[in-house]
Design a protein around this ligand. Structure first.
Ligand code: SF4
Length: 401
């Protein structure tokens, strides 16, 4: 019997996202055993770590960190919870952290407090002697999950059958698997981040007539519009339909082909939330991440990467008000670092990125203790062929700013 699936499969991490959305949570870490109550997938670890209080975990991490010294470097993405980011030797968005991973070659172990695609990228850009560790292997990214290798290969075959491979340049957002980055590297394409997306579009259109942009349709559309590409020159590729749901003619006439992926955190922001923020705070400046929909980006006063948002607010005059459309852990931190300004999240529901949130301090403590005992827990490795071509695409990204 053939089972027909009519509706697209939603990555499990996206389904789980709502389990982390609360109306009255201050996001302070609880013991991991208590957090397991959220009813989502977490990686199993020894029970003793689950029952250790957040205060004791903090003490354990400090001691293990001191004992390991310069053998270990901890990288922390801006969306990590406070109890984890406090241990980061380097904080940043995925672009800044990948630059750091490429530049530093002293530490034997890189503990990446972020999500899976970031740890893969660090493995690709670091030396062969360095080992990259992701504290919790269930810390993935629902957007990256939306571009499965086989689906993207099918899409690439269809597009190159219709147009030939030298007309179309693949660009993948950093938030994609190493396989997708490799496909871009092997086919004269590039990786981008939200910091350099426009520069990579310029780079790509100097080489070919069309761009296939993976996997975030919103960042692709927002960047395309910024570059002067019109909406009717863009098509969306739905991996669950033949030819992505487009005719050959539509594909031939398009300039920008957007993979039908999105971020489950940034697509929560709405134009109505912006209107409410303006009503409550008439002088408010609204800044959002370009993973938000184009309606939200258009209604906002400005948009940019997490590094851009952080810098914009920290350099603003005292007394200014900011409504921010990005992940709540970062918004709360910006608010705490700018006590002379009013900074709040556009979404009144407290909704951290469900996968970033899986890096609980218990996991950080567990992997550090493993290193003290001579065991590498949760190492992320990328195979040689994938590494070769994804590194090419990443090095192009690092050279295009
Ligand atoms: S915020 Fe969105 S894109 Fe970033 S890791 Fe979470 S789900 Fe993925």
């Amino acid at each position: 019997m053939v089972i027909k699936i009519d509706s697209p499969t939603i990555p499990i991490t996206e389904i789980e996202q709502s389990a982390f959305c609360q109306t009255d949570d201050n996001l302070k870490s609880k013991s991991l055993e208590d957090e397991f109550g959220a009813g989502v997938r977490w990686q199993k670890l020894p029970i003793s770590y689950m029952r250790t209080s957040p205060d004791d975990l903090e003490k354990n991490i400090r001691e293990a960190r001191a004992a390991l010294g310069s053998k270990v470097v901890i990288l922390g993405h801006h969306y990590q919870r406070d109890e984890v980011i406090q241990f980061a030797d380097m904080r940043g968005d995925s672009f800044k952290l990948s630059q750091f991973a490429a530049e530093q070659n002293e530490a034997e172990f890189i503990i990446f407090c972020g999500v899976h695609f970031m740890a893969e990228t660090a493995d690709i850009l670091s030396t062969s002697e360095q080992k990259v560790i992701l504290p919790n292997l269930t810390a993935g990214c629902s957007m990256a999950d939306m571009a499965q290798t086989d689906d993207v290969l099918d899409c690439w075959d269809d597009l190159t059958d219709i147009m030939g491979s030298n007309q179309i340049v693949p660009i993948t957002y950093m938030n994609s698997t190493a396989d997708i980055k490799s496909l871009c590297g092997e086919n004269d394409g590039i990786v981008c981040t939200s910091s350099n997306a426009a520069a990579t579009f310029e780079w790509a259109y100097a080489k070919g007539e069309k761009v296939l942009f993976l996997p975030d349709q919103h960042l692709g559309r927002n960047t395309g519009l910024k570059m002067g590409i019109k909406l009717d020159e863009m098509i969306v590729w739905n991996p669950f339909k033949p030819l992505g749901g487009n005719s050959e003619k539509e594909i031939e006439e398009s300039k920008l082909i957007l993979w039908q992926g999105h971020c489950s955190v940034h697509t929560r922001f709405t134009v109505e939330q912006i209107a409410q923020a303006r009503t409550a705070h008439p002088d408010v400046h609204v800044v959002v991440h370009p993973e938000c929909t184009n309606e939200v980006v258009t209604a906002a006063d400005s948009n940019g990467s997490t590094e851009y948002i952080k810098k914009l607010i920290s350099e603003a005059p005292a007394g200014t008000s900011w409504a921010v459309g990005t992940e709540i852990s970062l918004v709360n931190r910006i608010a705490a670092e700018n006590p002379d300004k009013t900074v709040f999240c556009l979404d009144t529901v407290v909704c951290p990125c469900s996968t970033m949130y899986r890096i609980h301090p218990a996991y950080v403590s567990w992997v550090l203790d493993g290193l003290l005992e001579g065991q590498v827990v949760n190492q992320i490795t990328v195979d040689d062929k994938t590494r070769k071509f994804s590194r090419i695409a990443l090095e192009r990204m690092l050279s295009v700013v």
